[in-house]
Structures are given as structure tokens and as C-alpha cells.
Design a protein around this ligand. Sequence first.
Ligand code: DGJ
Length: 694
Amino acid sequence: MPITVTGDVAHLATEHSSYVIELAGSVRLLHWDDAVADDDLAMLSAHPPRPTGLASASLAPSGHTEIVGYGGLDLRSPSFAAEFADGTRSVDLAVAGHRVSGDELIVELTDRVYPLSVQLHYRVRADCDVIERWLVARNTGETDDISLRSCLSADVALPEAGTRVSYLHGAWGGETRLDAVPLPSGRFELDGRGGYTSHRARPWFALDDGHATETAGAVWSASLAWTGSWRLAVERGGDGALHAGIGMHDLDFDYRLSPGESLQTPRVALLYSAAGFGDSSRRWHDYARRHLLRKLPPRPVLYNSWEATAFDVSLDGQTELARRAARIGVELFVVDDGWFVGRTSDHAGLGDWRPDQQKLPGGLDPLISRVRELGMSFGLWVEPEMVNADSELYREHPDWVYHFPTRPRSERRHQLVLNLARDDVADFVYSTLDGLLRAHDISFIKWDFNRPIADAGWPDEPHGNPQRLWVGHVENLYSILERLRAAYPDVLIEACAGGGGRIDLGMIGRTDQVWISDNTDPYDRVELQYGYSQAYPPETMVSWVTDEVSHINGRSSSLEYRFHVSMAGVLGIGADLTGWTEQDFTTAAGLVAQYKDWREIIQHGRQYRIGTVPATDGVRAVQYVADDGARSIIFLYAHGRSFGENSVRVMPAGLDPDRSYRCNGGCFSGRLLAAHGIDLPVRGDTASTAVTLD
Ligand code: DGJ
């Protein structure tokens, strides 16, 4: 049993860790660390962790509570705040009971005065050392509304020794850069606003004592499954105690619960690893694989036309690209933006999801037939939550976008955001996609989202509570994705948001792969992929091989290097194939064939960010090992090599020490390879090598 409750103490046990809470009055975390035995629980409860910092700073016995309600003398940043009908703006919650149901523990808290119940939910994902947490707030009264002003998914106490936080930050073109900073006294905060996950940060962080490495040391991390505005804050009080709140953003948040109504927050997954950042990442990959992603065969090699043609889509142009893509072994041909009426630029067309008959005479079907005849399946780009002011949809339904009647409707990329929280808009979006999938032989959808929500008004919201949109938009997005998946189980969906604006576990759980950045320069991409791998698995990470000279920064790189970078996840091609030489086609066909041979291991094996000698900034190596340890693939990327720097030694990981592996012309034991490494040749500016060990 992953959950045992002894007296007031609940023990949530995963394979390698224990999460122990006390349910007496308030809910307090006693231990989240290496596994403890049930015999230790009484000791933990008798000697709960106490802050070791300035005692005078502890104004209230706040300690390690699992929810920080706003009210009373607890002055920490709250994770939960409410206002009652009589104007009282404080909550006073006490444990009212608990129940265990399989791998789930539900702790019920009720307000001491008002009809408010808050259930803390814990689900144990023992096989990957994850505890999922979320809460359900319910108005149990009969007459008055309760306004929720803050409703995070969880607050969690962290070890005081935690002094460094690692996180993924960035901007458009650089979405998943890994950074690590010393934790300040006070607050470290990350967020995403505008109703989407954002380009500037991912809802994930990892904490360690400043000494954890890729292969050793305790790492506590958290990842939120939410595609709307979110925030997380790690806060250290003057008393030294450290805690983190994570969940839906409370900026402009006001969710009114009418009598009998409830709000369920998104899930946050908490993961503890005693064995460094690499182990932590592999557990995150396992968590996504086992509990969020669909069980699929390896994702197909795709071609995407965006960088080759932009809005200049035509039947002949796309057919020519498809012919060339088929020659190198592409399996899925995706037509990006520009295929629908009015879409000659980003000024018009969004919302009118009918093929442009001038660009595609006869609609989509003639193109789809040609793609199918070439032996590939067909995919299509859509951006269903958006509308251009210059569109039939907007002229017909100007009230369908978020807006305040007295303010200008701000446009980004000439587009406005449809109010997906409205059920009529959600019906329109579902029926549009259902119509496309029903009418055509489409195997793949790329779902884009190119601007944030702004002017977040909803004049006729039926509850008189327009701020519900922050929750309602994402709930309807999720429900559309889930309905589509149920109705069209063979259709793959790729999540995209103007590059990597929607990278989070909520989206990963409802789609099949993610476009992580519009930055397709392979050199930059190595760093983005390195960051992505910290928290998300390789089979969700799409990467395209694009033109020799990157459109984003003008850097040139070899075709082989571009392939080696894109082969480290789901391989895509996005280059203008009409400019390729015969030699390019031969090289590409060979590399695509190699990828197909390797992809089962790349997409479903264990991933290691391995060490190199020398270990310098310009060198990265990533390794994939089949689950049975029989085969492994290593990609080495090295940059700016100087005279005499002709090779790099990589230090393989995860091999079976007693097995023999063929590599570099010899046959060596896993033990020897791990101890001595393998010298791989790499010369030049942007250089790479890929090898197999089998
Ligand atoms: C942004 C995406 O990230 C690109 O890949 C492309 O689909 C464009 N949108 C199309 O408008």
C-alpha cells in the first residue's frame, strides 16, 4: 500500500522516497526525502522539523503547513485566500477528516466559521517517486457566494538546506534555457501571465543544496500541469523556513463559488530524487510516459512547410516539397499556416477555416491525395483560439473576443483572442476541428497560439464573474483536446504557441508532442534541448532540420550537424528542399534511415546528459540507452574547436557493466567504457558525431 495512516500521521511511500504529513488541526509536512520505515513515523511526529534561523522572526507557529491560508498571524505568502459575503477576508481552516482511496489520500479541511470546505488531494505515483497534489474548494452553504482570490494547487515545505534553484526561463526564440541561482532570503518568483504558459518561464523548478550534480545529490522538484497563467514562489522566512507555493496565478483572480459549487485546481507533481539532476530528469520522463502520455509507437519523421513557404502555400509548391520530402524518407507531411481563405499574410484569415480555393484548387483533398500517393500521411496547422479582425468570423461575432467595451482591443500579430471560456465559442472551435477531421484524411494537427490574452473583459459573463475566464479558457481548451482525442484516436496533436509558449505537463498530457521554439538554429537549439530535457521527455520534443543559414541568427552549419541536433528528439525537416543538391538528398536520406533505426531508443529509452573531457561550455553530449541496456546512442556536439582540438572524450552512462558493446572499432565492457570513456572525433565550428554502442 503506498499510503498508510497511523494515528494522525499519513505516510505516502514511493519506491525511493517518503512524503509524511501530520493531520492534527492543520496539515503539516514532517518529511519529504529518502524513504523512511513506518516505525520512524512516531519519532518524526514527536520531533517535527523546526526552523533553525532567527527565532524572533517566527511570529506565528506557521511551520510546514500544506496550505497557507490568508488570515491570522501567518504572514507568509498565502496559497489560498477568500472573501466571504459579509466582507470577511480571512480563512481559518482546520482538519475535519481524511480518507484513503487506493493510491489517493484526501484530507478535508473546513473553515471554523464559514461554509467553506477545502480538500487537499494527494496521489502517489510510486513508480516514479512523484506525489501529485491538487485541491478542491467547495462552497457548502446555501445562500451566499464565496470569492476565491487565490487558489494555488499546493504549498510545500522545502528543506532549509535548499540554497539553489534551477529553472527554465527565456523568451521567444530561447524558451527553455536552464539557469540556476542561489536562493535569496525573501522570495524567488516565476510566473506566466496572459492566460498561457508563457515564453518566459516553464512551471517547473528544482531545488538542491548547491552541491548536487548531474549524478549525485538530493534534488526536490515540482512541475505544474496548467496551460493558463500560473505562478510559483519559493520563499524563505527570517526564521529560515523554506516553502513554495505553486498553481494558477492569482493576478486578476476572483473565482466566485455559488452555493454548492466547487473549483478544482490543476495538479502539481512533486518529485524527490537522491541521485542528482540526471536521475531527477529520468524520473520526470518516466512520470510523463507512464501517467500522462498516450502509449504510442515512435513518432513519425515529419516535414513542415513553414520555413520553406511561409504564407505562400499552393498546390504545386506543396506537392513539390512533398515529392522531395518523400525521397528522404519523411512519413508525415505537414502544411503549416497559409492554407485557408484570406491568409496571404498574418493580417487576415484566422477564424475562417476553409481552404483557399485559389491556392488549393479543389480544397485540401487533391493535396492530401498526392501526399498519400507519395506514401506519407498528412498534417495541418491550425490556430483555433484566434481570429483576425479581417475575417468573416470576426465580422459576424465581434463579441466573441476578450474585450472591455471602453478600451481598444489590442492586437498582436494582427490577431485577437477568442473567448474560449464561452461555451458557444468552445462549440465553434470543436465543430470546426471535428469538421476538418471528419471531411479529410488528416493524421496530425499542429495547434498554435501566437499571442497572450489581454484586455481580459467578458461583458456578458453569465455569473457576473468575468474573471472566471482565466480558468474557463483552459478548461475548455482541455475539454476540446480530450474530445478530439477520444473521437480521433489515430490523429496526433502537436502543441505550439508561437514557438514554445505552451510547454507544461497539462499540455503534454493532452497532446503528443511539443514545438519547443521557433529558433531552429541548431547551435542555439542544443541549449534549448538541454533545458527541455530537465523536465520533459524526448519523445515530446520536435526539432526541425532547416536551411544551412539559420533565418534567426544567420549562422551556417552543416547538414549532418543539423540532423544530429534534430535527431535527439522527434525528427522533423523544415528546410526549403527546392534548394537542396543531390548530395544533400543522399546525406539526408541516410540520416533519416539511421534515425528510424535508432528512434525507438531515442524516444522511449533512458536519456543521460553525459560528461565529457574536456568539460567546457562549447561541448554537450547526450546519450540514450535502451531499457534492456543492449543498445545505446550518443550524440556529441562541440563548438568553436581550435587548432589541435580534434576529439572529445565522452563518458557513457547507464550501460550494463557486464555486457560487451561494439564501438570505435572494438568491443568493450560497459564497465570499461564507463571508466575510460570513448574518444570521438569533432573538429570545426559547429561539429557533431553520433555513435551507437551495441
Ligand atoms: C508560430 C509557430 O511557432 C511556427 O512554427 C509557425 O507555425 C507559425 N506560427 C505560423 O504562423
